[in-house]
Design a protein around this ligand. Structure first.
Ligand SMILES: Cc1cc2nc3c(=O)[nH]c(=O)nc-3n(C[C@H](O)[C@H](O)[C@H](O)COP(=O)(O)OP(=O)(O)OC[C@H]3O[C@@H](n4cnc5c(N)ncnc54)[C@H](O)[C@@H]3O)c2cc1C
Ligand code: FES
Ligand code: FES
Length: 1351
């Protein structure tokens, strides 16, 4: 192979330090460079595609041309930034702005102290987004804050506290908790008196603003003077960086670029890399030469003329936003119609980081079908200024260009220099529309732009342009339809005709890519209707001004735009959420040093914020370490005929491929193999694993492993098919009480219905990862793993390697989110990595990328429920028969337990005399589903609550009345005969109704709905009885080990794992109370199977409870030993006593143990005491829906939760908020899409939408029910990790309430089929109207759909 010429030096700065790279690999990203080369691991990998913000850093550039702003600072996602693009820039990472070792930055301090970190994996990204904002705007507005954080996902916190921390920097914060005191104006120290011994003061203060350091912009890192000099005298020479496979060429002048384009016509220009990068990664595209025009000023020129605006193709979308906003403010409104439409689209296009990186040129030339800007530019008659070595020319950005016709496209040697966008004219109207799964930071399902020009002084169409995105392979211009409508008057006849023409021209086949075909068709005409109304409104205004007659509307077909119908036009705005969090403050008699009950910051909070908190993959490279990448099945059910490894093994860097044959011990269970043997049961099943020197080499080699299959029958994906094939994973679980059949005979009415609940991806921000280090002696292994259950990993590895458990030590420092997804899976991954480590004798690192993680690991079980409910006309439910099926996937995993929990918890808060619950787990050819926060409860209770709404609809009563009527009211027994008192449930319910002013708001909602036809509001309140814990005593045992060292410092170890839920913080609070010393004396290092053996998974909301009891026990033992010494010297200090104890040979180390809560269930008898206790709660949510698009806005949520005496109200409120938002995602936007072949499509944050910051309800209040006691648990606290999930269904039922009001008004028949999530698609199609009626419907037998429903 010829040797490439020497590369130029790549010079840039990181955190003020100069970096000179002489042999840079152009294929590398900034993220890998930071993490691997510079060991700056604060910047995290979570998706690799720009969609989550975990890798956010700030890039600063000097702009020698600009007079106004010399240095520009932008947030970028380091995973998409090519390393070579950084020439001459300064990068700032989370480590560069502050450190706990020196000085923390105010942003870092405030996010931690405001409790904005839980697992902390998203925190560095959040910090850097906020920091960049403050560098540009030291006193930002709340709007700017929301915009800055829109591209950062957090799966734990529910965003509220993150926002709260950012808000402390804002100039215009007002309202509750906004006086920057951290205290609410309602914080009046209310007094209640129900519990003796506690003063029951209610507090709303979770942090003290007084502690915060002020923001001092003069303390920030300055732009490196050397870079200033470099950019003031820019290098004109072409720079080249040669890698093994790719060459990066960065010319210094336009002339050179054009020459290079002649020489390398196939080479793409690389700007933001937000389009090229993802295609290289996911579609395997490869470009040996990349041309970077980043140093060419001509591509950033902006020219304003009296006719229009010309924007350089190299301008970022964020710059474009500013340019447009400025131009809009300068020109009369009639000239800025196109600019306003572009600006509107830019506001919801991606997150801030992507807008900062993506260029206008890259956006246009990529011609993505979902492009938000191309439709507007096309209808706005934009033109593309092209340049090549031959000269310049202009081409229109029209349907031919968008379709990629060769004659109208860029020639290979041409580049796009700038884009000309003409001003709009008098009598011209331009609008843009988009509908995505959620409001912000989501690719649109469909978008559109429309422009109409009227003959002067008339309503007669002179020119019309309509373009759609999302309905074809690129933007589709409805040229023919528009032509046929020329000369038509703007009236309902025209609209009617236009709809017909458009549906004909913009035709989507039933099998169209992306699915959602009927929804998309409906949006095509719904958007047109919106445009029609908007323009009509404008025409009416003009007509009034000019006294021109406007044709009358036929109100029978298209309602007149009275105020009632104007609601079609208004878009939902993004507002900054606010709210109040209330809890009971500690008893005034409690000693000041006792931290129990105080809102103590997460122990790792500051380290999360500075990036110093180490996660599994942040562990530095170990000597001789190798990387492992998994090879998975591409077939759903097949026999493996052969596995051909030779090609893979020949690749450079590849060391080995691990197959089932390499396993010395057991390869999982007979029907659940870690590495497939002979047969695969789902797409994504692990077959073998490549071990190589680097992750890239291993990844490339996986593509060379050739597996031949022979397909097997049957192939089952859906629950319906599983039922048909009698394909189940375990026997039916059943509970029954009373006599259901007899009761059905006696009731006034019965309703039968179906409920379909989709699955859910855990989407923990830290994907699954493990590092296995084999030791040289005695077959010992050290395993560092991100798991909720290290003992399970330890045992599994032991069985797989066939070595005793005592040789294996599992270490868990912290986990970047688990939610149930890291209970079972890490064991299999640990086992495969351990086989690799033992076989090769090298340490093995296995880090799943996001796509693989989502593909392989399964998630929440989708559910199909059928019910029959019998009730009296007054709403009293007498009998309920529910049959549930969950889609368990291809192996048992936790499916039997999930079925049991589902059945046990199904009754929720209701006392129904005659009940029958049956549940089955279906075996299908999908990846196995597993534990997920709530464990069946969030799916099952949706069935129960759907029965309630069905009964309400039939009785003509409100759902809340039915709920109230049927709720447990006095001490009673559950369906499985466990006694309990529902008193806290009733209190939560009443308080929730009261605090949310439910009844008056219900009236207001009804009033609103009467006045608005196209927008409707809905409100719902749901009660909750959630059982905590496992249904077996042995699962509640816990142990702790507490050492006191001779300097008085204390090391606490316990069996729980820190998943972000703050368990370590709570454990130190417990130890501090018991030992009567401050928390500062104490430390928790990690969870280790060597320190505390035989632990139970940290799950089922019970971790802090049981481990707290063990820690308490250990501390009490130690204190007892110290008692004689303390008695002897009561005035002594802790250090004195410890010294004396050591002298007296008293052991300063103790094991604490908790034998577990009593819990059992006898399924034969259908009775037991399966749960130690219940958590009660209630939530009320209000939403507004857009009937034409299916979008919704969350107006307000109030949660009241019975936490008893919270160990740490900040942590507990964080758990409630976080799980509520996660639940809200489950029930509204999180939608898994499978191909008819069983391939999961939704494998990235772009395709699977978890809630973002803009999804948080505008008003979000949480209060902990004061003054209840439960003597059972540690200090009367309750485990709150999971229960909030279900309360997210209040949003679902509020949406359903709004939809029901639409259907009532339109006289549409009741439908008792409930579908979750309530996506925009579902909402739109449920709000049937003339548009849903007019779309063509396909016979399902005539096409193969893009995706299949599996619930
Ligand atoms: C997470 C994420 C979310 C997104 N969300 C949205 C969204 O909601 N709506 C939406 O519309 N888009 C969205 N996008 C797409 C985004 O708008 C485009 O990827 C982006 O605009 C492309 O610009 P770029 O500079 O990054 O292009 P690059 O990736 O650098 O280049 C893309 C292509 O354009 C060509 N090119 C670039 N500049 C020129 C030029 N001057 N002359 C000739 N050819 C050129 C290159 O040769 C290359 O083939 C999203 C992207 C990501 C990663
Ligand atoms: S890891 Fe870079 S955006 Fe997700
Ligand atoms: S704290 Fe945000 S993802 Fe865990």
């Amino acid at each position: 192979m010829p040797c490439p010429p020497p590369s130029d030096e790549l010079v840039f700065f990181v955190n003020g330090r100069k970096v000179i790279e002489r042999n840079v690999d152009p294929e590398g990203t900034l993220l890998t460079f930071l993490r691997k080369n510079l060991r700056l691991t604060g910047t995290k990998y979570a998706c690799g595609g720009g969609g989550c913000g975990a890798c956010t850093v700030m890039v600063s550039k000097n702009d020698p041309v600009s007079k106004k702003i010399r240095q520009r600072h932008f947030s970028v996602t380091a995973c998409l930034v090519p390393i070579c693009s950084l020439y001459g820039t300064a990068v700032t990472t989370v480590e560069g702005i502050g450190s706990i070792k020196t000085r923390i930055h105010p942003v870092q301090e405030r996010i931690a102290k405001c409790h904005g970190t839980q697992c902390g994996f998203c925190t560095p990204g959040m910090v850097m987004s906020m920091y960049t904002l403050l560098r540009n705007h030291p006193q930002p507005s709340e709007e700017q804050l929301m915009e800055a954080l829109g591209g950062n996902l957090c799966r734990c916190s529910g965003y509220r506290p993150i926002l709260e921390s950012g808000r402390t920097f804002c100039m215009d914060s007002d309202g509750c908790q906004q006086k920057r005191t951290g205290q609410c104006c309602l914080d009046q120290e209310e007094s209640a008196s129900s519990t003796p011994g506690r003063r029951n003061e209610i507090s709303t203060k979770l942090f003290s603003k007084e502690e915060f350091q002020p923001l001092d912009p003069t303390q920030e890192l300055i732009f490196p003077p050397e870079l200033l000099r470099m950019t003031e005298n820019p290098e004109k020479r072409t720079l080249s960086f040669y890698g093994e496979r790719v060459t990066w060429i960065s010319p210094g002048t336009l002339k050179d670029l054009l020459q290079l384009k002649v020489k390398h016509p196939e080479a793409p220009l690389i700007l933001g890399n937000t389009s090229l990068g993802p295609t290289v990664k996911s579609q395997g595209q490869f470009h040996p030469i990349l041309l970077s025009p980043a140093r060419i000023p001509e591509l950033s020129v902006v020219t304003k003329t009296s006719e229009g605006l010309t924007i350089g193709a190299g301008c970022s979308l964020a710059q474009m936003k500013d340019i447009l906003a400025e131009r809009i403010s300068e020109l009369p409104e009639e000239k800025t119609q196109t600019y306003q439409a572009l600006l509107k689209q830019l506001q919801s296009l991606a997150g801030q980081q992507i807008r900062n990186m993506a260029s206008l040129g890259g956006h246009i030339v990529s011609r993505h079908c979902y492009s938000d800007l191309n439709p507007v530019l096309a209808v706005g008659n934009a033109a593309l200024n092209l340049v090549s070595a031959e000269g310049t020319r202009q081409i229109p950005l029209n349907e031919h260009f968008l379709a990629g016709l060769e004659s109208t496209d860029l020639k290979p040697e041409e580049i796009l220099e700038s884009v000309y966008i003409p001003h709009s004219r008098k009598g011209e109207f331009v609008s843009a529309f988009r509908q995505a799964q959620c409001q912000q930071n989501a690719l649109p399902h469909v978008n559109a732009s429309m422009r109409v020009l009227f003959k002067e002084g008339t309503d007669s169409v002179e020119d019309l342009s309509i373009a759609y995105g999302g309905v074809g392979t690129t933007t589709v211009c409805a040229q023919k339809s528009c032509q046929q409508l020329l000369g038509r008057r703007w009236n309902e006849l025209m609209l009617d005709e236009a709809c017909r023409l458009l549906l004909d021209e913009v035709s989507l086949p039933g099998s169209a890519l992306g699915g959602r075909v009927e929804f998309k068709r409906t949006l095509v005409v719904s958007f047109l209707f919106k445009f029609y109304l908007e323009v009509l409104q404008e025409l009416k205004k003009l007509a009034k001004l000019l006294s021109v007659p406007v044709s009358a509307l036929d109100s029978r077909r298209y309602p007149d735009i009275s105020d009632r119908f104007l609601s079609a036009i208004k878009d939902f705005s993004v507002t900054t959420p606010r709210g109040v969090q209330t809890y009971q403050s500690v008893d005034s008699c409690q000693p000041l040093r006792d931290p129990v009950g105080h809102p103590i910051m997460h122990l790792s909070g500051l380290k999360h914020a500075t990036g110093e908190a180490m996660f599994c993959d942040d562990i530095p490279v170990v000597d001789r370490e190798l990387f492992m990448v998994l090879v998975t099945s591409s077939r759903a059910h097949a026999k493996i005929i052969s596995i051909e490894l030779s090609e893979a093994l020949e690749l450079p860097g590849v060391v080995d491929v691990i197959t089932a044959e390499d396993i010395p011990g057991t390869n999982g269970a007979e029907d659940d193999r870690f590495l497939a043997v002979d047969e695969v049961l789902c797409v994504g099943q692990i077959i073998c694993a490549v071990v190589a020197e680097t992750d890239i080499q291993a990844k490339r080699a996986t593509e060379k492993v050739k597996i031949t299959y022979e397909d097997l029958e049957p192939v089952i994906f859906t629950i319906q098919d599983a039922i048909k094939h009698n394909s189940f994973l375990c026997p039916e679980k059943k509970l029954e009480k009373g006599n259901v059949e007899e009761a059905f005979e006696k009731v006034d009415q019965t309703v039968e219905g179906e409920v379909h609940v989709g699955g859910q991806e855990h989407f923990y921000m830290e994907t699954q990862r493990v590092l296995v280090i084999p030791k040289t002696e005695d077959k010992e292994l050290d395993i560092f793993v991100s798991t909720q259950d290290p003992t399970h990993v330890q045992k599994t590895v032991s069985a797989t390697l066939n070595i005793p458990i005592n040789r294996i030590t599992c270490h868990v420092k912290r986990v970047g989110g688990g939610f149930g997804g890291k209970v079972g899976r890490p064991a299999a991954l640990g086992a495969i990595a351990a086989v690799g480590a033992v076989k090769t004798g090298h340490p093995i690192r296995l880090v799943l990328d996001r796509e693989d993680d989502m593909l392989i690991t399964g998630g929440r079980h989708p559910l199909f429920g059928k019910y029959k409910v019998g009730f009296m006309n007054n709403g009293r439910i007498k009998a309920l028969d529910v049959e549930c099926y969950i889609n368990g996937g291809c192996t048992l995993d936790d499916s039997e337990m999930v079925t049991e929990f589902l059945i046990l918890k199904l009754e929720n808060a209701y006392k129904i005399r005659n009940l029958r619950f049956r549940g089955r787990a279906c075996r299908t050819n999908l990846p196995s589903n597993t534990a997920f926060r709530g464990f069946g409860f969030p799916q099952g209770t949706l069935v129960t609550e759907s029965c309630i709404t069905a009964v309400a609809a039939r009785c003509g009563l409100l759902p809340e009345k039915i709920r109230e009527k049927n709720m447990y009211k006095t001490v009673d027994k559950t369906i499985y005969k466990q006694a309990f008192s529902p008193e806290p449930l009733i209190r939560c319910w009443n308080e929730c109704l009261d605090k949310s002013s439910f009844h008056s708001r219900r009236t207001q909602v009804d009033e609103f709905n009467k006045k608005n036809y196209w927008k409707k509001k809905g409100i719902a309140v749901v009660p909750m009885k959630f059982s905590v814990g496992f249904a077996a005593t042995s699962y509640h045992q816990a142990a702790a080990l507490v050492h006191i060292y001779t300097d008085g410092s204390v090391l606490v170890t316990h069996g729980g794992n820190e998943l972000g839920q703050g368990i370590h913080t709570k454990m130190l609070q417990v130890a501090s109370r018991e030992l009567k010393i401050p928390m500062s004396y104490m430390h928790i290092c990690e969870t280790s199977t060597a320190a505390v053996p035989n632990t139970i998974a940290t799950a089922a909301s019970i971790g802090a409870d049981v481990n707290g009891r063990a820690v308490q026990n250990a501390c009490q033992i130690l204190l007892k030993r110290l008692e004689p010494i303390i008695k002897k010297n009561p005035e002594g200090t802790w250090e004195d006593w410890i010294e004396a104890a050591f002298e007296q040979r008293i052991s300063l180390s103790a094991t604490g143990y908790f034998r577990g809560y009593k819990a059992f269930m006898d399924w034969d008898k259908g009775e037991g005491d399966p749960f130690p206790y219940y958590v009660y709660g209630a939530a009320c949510s209000e939403v507004e829906i857009d009937c034409l698009t299916g979008a919704h806005k969350k107006i307000r949520t109030d949660i009241v939760m019975d936490a008893c005496c919270s160990l740490n109200p900040a942590i507990d409120i964080g758990q409630i908020e976080g799980s509520f938002i996660q639940g809200m995602g489950l029930y509204t936007t999180e939608e898994l899409k499978y191909s008819p072949e069983g391939i999961l499509y939704s494998r990235s944050p772009n395709e699977y939408k978890i809630p973002t910051i803009t999804d948080v309800p505008e008003e979000f209040n949480v209060s902990l029910l004061p003054s209840s006691q439960t003597p059972l648990t540690i200090y009367s606290s309750k485990g709150l990790g999971e229960s909030g999930m279900f309360l997210g269904s209040s949003v679902f039922f509020a949406i359903a309430d709004a939809v029901a009001s639409v259907r009532r008004e339109r006289d549409i028949a009741e439908d008792f089929t409930v579908q979750s999530p309530a996506t925009p698609e579902w909402v739109r199609m449920a709000c049937a109207d003339q548009f849903t009626e007019m779309i063509p419907r396909d016979d399902p037998k005539t096409f193969k759909p893009w995706s299949i429903p599996i619930a």
